[in-house]
Design a protein around this ligand. Sequence first.
Ligand code: HEC
Length: 104
Amino acid sequence: MKKNHVYTLTLAATLLAVTGSVAADQKLAQQKSCLSCHQIDRKVIGPAYKDVANRYKGDDGAEARLAEKIQKGGKGNWGTIPMPPNGSVSPEEAATLAKWVLSL
Ligand code: HEC
């Protein structure tokens, strides 16, 4: 009985951690001004993040490549407008953001 209770608590904590981290990733994108050029499900200046996730589905190297582009900028993949380098983004944050975009 007692064991079950602990299990339920652990499960609840895990669920909270998972949903909490998705919200945290979106908040990071907001803090780093990504969302002034990108929306999750529609193109603005940059591509919709869902379109990015669809394009690289099943591509194992995509996360690392996108993380680098998030930091250094990129051009020619989605149109004629380039993405400028995002200088305030650390390598860890870029990896987190790349993972988040690909999960959408
Ligand atoms: C000034 C506008 C602008 C800002 C700010 C911006 N982006 Fe972009 N982003 C773009 C444009 C434009 C493209 C398309 C570039 C291309 O065609 O290769 C793009 C492309 C991307 C791609 C796809 C790259 C590829 O090669 O397919 C990702 C992922 C991305 N942005 C994430 C981010 C993240 C995360 C941030 C915040 C740290 C961010 N962007 C900030 C304009 C922006």
